[in-house]
Each structure stands twice: as structure tokens, then as C-alpha cells.
Design a protein around this ligand. Structure first.
Ligand SMILES: NC(=O)C1=CN([C@@H]2O[C@H](COP(=O)(O)OP(=O)(O)OC[C@H]3O[C@@H](n4cnc5c(N)ncnc54)[C@H](OP(=O)(O)O)[C@@H]3O)[C@@H](O)[C@H]2O)[C@H](O)CC1
Ligand SMILES: [K+]
Length: 510
């Protein structure tokens, strides 16, 4: 599913108004009535106090439409106009008059802290103060109003985006943003819902189709792509009856050091479970017996005793996954450098192999085209430096990717797959996956896909999705806490099957 910027959303609006020959007012009515329908369906006329806070722009206009429909259906509604500007939008004004015509009680004006209403825990709030039009810091009393609403801790529905969130940078005051239980957003999800600094402002996201122009939506490249099941199914390559293990390649997993051989067990198993035809683990001597016993399907080549000092393969691998438990000893860095100069196979670089490159950036010059690098945030910082906020992080990651022509998989709650100007946001996975070895499994999975001939971007997107999906299957059975990396490997088969089990019911989750 595409993600648009605020200006692209506005353009979609304008194109729809022209192509459908409807007015912006009708579009507002259409969008807001869908939110009302959702609410009405869930509330079934319940008489809880509903506080609708409206700004003075089109987000506020949406709030006024919702208010009017709630009043018309006999709900217990209080409407407030948050007067942060005299610049009221045209459609706001029309809906303001429409509400006044039917409501017994006129909207209440809020101009300063003295006007703040009492909101109680058992009430409900509709947040229609700011939408995607926020473009500068809030005046202090509006920030206070948002904090006042948050303090009530009552059920809060944000219209389009939690008020106080920009769609292009982090908020000025981390507390000056509505904490929404649910955000009902128009047509396409917004990037902020999936980034670590801003994703937590809404517990749930629902995307509603307000019928914006299909051609425009299809033809306009988004700023990012949200990856759900629907997006990955077409990436899967089915197997032919007459294929043999050679068809799926012979990959090598390189890493391990004394006390960290388990990471190699996880990665090697994961590569095989993903469908690699053959897998060799290249480990220090101390890992030999462990690997032969725990992954009998794999072959093992060993180097010196406790850490890798040389990487000499006696075959041409179809793909390489390197870094798990590798260590960053000078000798290991040297071995890695020599290997990089020789190697032509597609690669996945993880963990200590990333740290080796951070210590010796010249290594980056030797990466094969579209090498996949899978940093967690700290490793990413070692590669690209510090960032201002998540948006700056993405820009810097894109520059890095363009410079070295590599695919970055930035691991996190919603892992980002970045290749030059392309951004994919993985939407599978859960907090239980923040567990030891989870990254080693991912590296093995991606290597297993490269081994079968998937191109690196497809491999990164499909592999990251399946990794999260395997984790989701475990969490459904065992919960988050008991989830361990070995379980992810064991559920890879189920994650593949899940791709084809049933059409996706719900497009969106945050
Ligand atoms: N296609 C759609 O998605 C539809 C969207 N709708 C809704 O429209 C909003 C966007 O509405 P917009 O009027 O553009 O913006 P806002 O309502 O978010 O903000 C109103 C104006 O407030 C000004 N502004 C911005 N920041 C501040 C601030 N810190 N303090 C004071 N004022 C501020 C700004 O105007 P300026 O001219 O003063 O810069 C904003 O324009 C979208 O989110 C949806 O809810 C449609 O209803 C349906 C179709
Ligand atoms: K809002």
C-alpha cells in the first residue's frame, strides 16, 4: 500500500474534485460521514459524553461534519472550536453554519486555557484540531489543551492524524501531541504512523477509502510503500516440479566465535528453511561439532580455533551471509577485507561484519551491487552518523544506500527497507521479536532467498516480511514473552503457507 506526503494527498484531493466533478465540501462530507458510520456502528447510540475538538481548517471541518451527524442521531455531543487562527477554511465555515442550524447547543469557543472544558475518563474525544496541514509550532495554550485532553486518558479517536504530529518531522514537544486510541486516516496511511519516534501516538490505525481518484493513486509514486501480505504475495516465486537442489543454490554463512556459535546455528538453519538448496557454515574450529550436531543438513568448513582469521572457500557460493557472532578482531577484519575483494556472490552483511565496516569504511568500496546490510539502530548510527529525527535518519540512509548502491534493512518495530529513493515499510512482526538471535535468523532468511536467485530488493522485502510473519504466528500461540529466535526458524514454513491461506481481511495495522 502506498504512502503519500501531505502535498501528494492534497493533489489527490484536487484531482478527485476535478475528475469526479464534486466539490471539496462534498468530499469532506463523504470522508467525515465514513468516520461517523464507524463510530455509530460501534456505539449503537450509547449516551456517553462525546467531546469533539475542531480546529479551523479542513480537519476541523471534518470534526464539524462528524458532530452534526452525531447530533442528528441523538448522541450526547459537545463541540468545541479551537481558535488558534482567524484563518477559517471555506468548508469549515459552511459546516460550522450547518451545525449551528441543527444543534441545540452552539459550538463552544476555546481561545485560552480558561476555556478548557472538563473531560472525564469515561468520556470520549474526537480529535479534529489539526490534520496534515500542521506546518509550524503550536501556540502554548493549544499545546496545553492537547495535554489537558491527554490527561483525561479517555478513549480518543483522531481524525486523519493525531493533532500535533507533523507529517515530515518529529513533534516540537513530545507531550504536545494527542495520544490516540485509534486514528482513522483518509485513503492512505501516513509515514509517521510507522516510525519509532511517532508511531506510538496512535495505538491503532484504520485507513478508510474515501474514493480519491484511482488513476492518480495508481500512477503517482508514493514516498514509501507499506508492506503487508498483499504486497509480498506477488514477490514469491513458485517451484517447478523438475527443479533440483542445485536450482536453489549453495549459500555460505560466515561468522561465529567462541561463545557465539549459536548465532551461526540459527542463521544456517534459517537459510535452509527458506529454501536454499545447500548451505555451508564457515566457522572457527570451536563451532564444528555444534553445527554438525544441531544442523545436520548443513556442511561445515572451519578456520582457526576461536575466531575467523581467513575465509577460503573451495566453491563458488550462490549467496553469502556474513557477520553473526563474528567479532571485530583486527585479524577478522583483514580476513573480511580479503574475502570482499574476491567475492562476486550476492551478500547479506549483519552484526559484527557491519561493525568491521564501521571501523574500516574502505571495506564499503568492495561490496557487490545491491548488497543487503541489516543494521539495528546502533549499527546504523555507526554507518551513517547521528540523526536529528526519523525523517533525517531516512534521508541519511537513502544517501548512504545511493553512495554504496546497497540495500539497507533498518531493523525495528516496523523495519525499513531502503534502496536509494525507494522505501518499504514492513508491517509484520511484534514486540516479542526483540529477542536474542532474532537478527541472526533474519540474515539467514535473506541469504536463503538470495541463494535461490531472488534479486536483493525482493529478497529483502519478502524475507523481512516472512520473518515478522513467522514471529506473529508464534505470538498468536505463545504470546510475546516466550518467543525465542529458534521458534522463528521453526515457523518459517508456516509463514510461507500463511501467504496463501486467505486473502487479507484488514489492510492496516500499526
Ligand atoms: N484528501 C484528503 O485527505 C482529505 C482531507 N481532508 C481533511 O483536510 C485536512 C487537511 O486540512 P488543512 O486545512 O489543509 O489543514 P489542517 O486542518 O490540518 O490545518 C489548518 C490550517 O492551520 C494552519 N496552521 C498550521 N499549523 C499551524 C499552527 N501551528 N498554528 C496555527 N495555525 C496553523 C495552516 O494554515 P496556514 O495558512 O495558516 O499556514 C493549516 O492549513 C486533512 O488532514 C483531512 O482531515 C478533507 O476533509 C477530506 C479530504
Ligand atoms: K486530528
Amino acid at each position: 500500500m502506498k504512502i503519500f506526503s501531505a502535498s501528494q494527498m492534497r493533489m489527490a484531493d484536487e484531482v478527485t474534485i476535478k475528475s469526479e466533478k464534486i466539490s471539496s465540501l462534498e468530499l469532506m462530507e463523504r470522508a467525515a460521514s465514513q468516520i461517523f458510520n464507524l463510530l455509530h456502528h460501534r456505539l449503537q447510540g450509547a449516551q456517553i459524553p462525546i467531546h469533539v475538538f475542531c480546529g479551523i481548517g479542513n480537519n476541523g471541518g471534518d470534526g464539524l461534519v462528524i458532530s452534526r451527524l452525531l447530533v442528528e442521531h441523538g448522541y450526547n455531543v459537545k463541540t468545541y472550536i479551537v481558535n488558534f487562527s482567524e484563518n477559517r477554511s471555506k468548508d469549515f465555515l459552511v459546516n460550522y453554519d450547518r451545525l449551528k442550524e441543527i444543534a441545540k447547543e452552539w459550538p463552544f469557543q476555546i481561545k485560552s486555557e480558561e476555556d478548557f472544558p472538563t473531560v472525564q475518563y469515561q468520556d470520549m474525544v474526537i480529535d479534529s484540531i489539526f490534520g496534515i496541514g500542521l506546518n509550524r509550532p503550536l501556540v502554548p495554550w493549544v499545546t496545553q489543551l492537547i495535554k489537558h485532553i491527554n490527561n483525561a486518558r479517555c478513549f480518543t479517536l483522531s481524525v486523519d492524524i493525531p493533532s500535533g504530529l507533523y507529517d515530515y518531522k518529529k513533534p516540537d514537544d513530545a507531550e504536545g501531541v494527542i495520544f490516540a486510541d485509534v486514528t482513522v486516516t483518509f485513503q492512505l496511511p501516513k509515514l509517521v504512523f510507522f516510525l519509532p519516534q511517532t508511531g506510538g501516538y496512535t495505538k491503532e490505525v484504520e485507513v478508510i477509502d474515501i474514493g480519491l481518484d484511482r488513476n492518480f493513486l495508481h500512477q503517482t509514486p508514493g514516498i514509501a510503500e507499506l508492506i503487508n501480505k498483499n504486497e509480498v504475495v506477488p514477490l514469491y516465486r513458485s517451484r517447478h516440479k523438475y527443479s533440483h537442489k542445485g536450482t536453489f543454490g549453495h549459500c555460505v554463512l560466515i561468522g561465529g566465535s567462541y561463545g557465539k556459535i549459536g548465532s551461526m546455528v540459527l542463521a544456517t538453519k534459517a537459510a535452509l528453511k527458506m529454501g536454499a538448496g545447500l548451505a555451508t557454515a564457515y566457522v572457527p574450529e570451536c563451532g564444528y561439532e555444534v553445527l554438525q550436531t544441531t544442523v545436520p543438513e548443513a556442511m561445515v568448513i572451519t578456520d582457526s580455533d576461536d575466531e575467523l582469521e581467513e575465509i577460503n572457500l573451495d566453491f563458488e557460493p550462490s549467496a553469502v551471509g556474513i557477520g553473526m557472532g563474528l567479532g571485530t578482531d583486527e585479524k577478522t577484519i583483514k580476513a573480511f577485507e580479503e574475502f570482499l575483494k574476491e567475492n562476486k556472490a550476492p551478500m547479506v552483511i549483519d552484526a559484527d561484519a557491519i561493525n568491521c565496516m564501521a571501523k574500516k569504511p574502505e571495506l564499503l568500496e568492495h561490496l557487490p551491487l545491491q548488497t543487503i546490510i541489516t543494521p539495528h539502530p546502533k549499527e546504523l548510527e555507526r554507518l551513517i552518523g547521528k540523526w536529528e529525527d526519523d525523517f533525517d535518519k531516512i534521508r541519511k540512509a537513502q544517501e548512504f544506500s545511493a553512495k554504496y548502491r546497497c540495500v539497507l534493512v533498518v531493523k525495528g518495530a516496523n523495519s525499513l527497507i531502503i534502496y536509494e529513493d525507494q522505501i518499504y515499510i514492513n508491517n509484520s512482526g511484534n514486540p516479542g521479536m526483540a529477542t536474542a538471535g532474532s537478527g541472526d535468523v533474519l540474515t539467514g532468511m535473506l541469504t536463503g532467498l538470495l541463494s535461490q536467485g531472488y534479486d536483493p530488493i525482493r529478497a529483502a522485502v519478502l524475507g523481512t516480511y516472512l520473518h515478522g510473519s513467522a514471529g506473529d504466528l508464534i505470538a498468536q500461540k505463545n504470546g510475546f514473552e516466550a518467543l525465542i529466535a529458534g521458534d522463528i526458524v521453526n515457523n518459517i514454513g508456516q509463514a510461507y503457507l500463511e501467504l496463501f491461506r486467505q486473502p487479507q481481511q484488514q489492510e492496516q495495522k500499526s
